[in-house]
Design a protein around this ligand. Sequence first.
Ligand SMILES: [Zn+2]
Length: 149
Amino acid sequence: MKKNQISPSEWEIMRVIWTNHPITSKEINEMLKEKTTWEISTTKTLIGRLVNKGMIDYELKGRMYVYYPTLSEKECIRNKITELFNQVCSTENKVILKMILEDIPLSLTDIESVEAVIEEKKKTAPAEVVCECVKGQCHCSLNRDLKSL
Ligand SMILES: [Zn+2]
């Protein structure tokens, strides 16, 4: 697993740390009791992995280690999104966005704030999004080469 790639279990820990830092491993374990059956040793193992990945850091506070994030939740989510869009042909961006919008719950106010982003985006939008895929990784890269023959 690449650095900055977080497993679903590690993500559970990160959410607690983002919301409650600085926080001890015992406190993290307590907060996740409602959602998991993790023993403190499991929580500590996951915390150790997050330290190794550079996602969190710690300091000694009294006789306890307290943990805090090195990347914000927003930055981590943005990295995930960037990774997702890098895995798909740019001409398919709209398809992913539509899928996301269809699948997630949004309030009327949420939708209005998304519309505001779209309105702003329109001001600088190109007429067309260009495919930059390696030939054979998407249909338009195949068609592009056929057109140039
Ligand atoms: Zn492409």
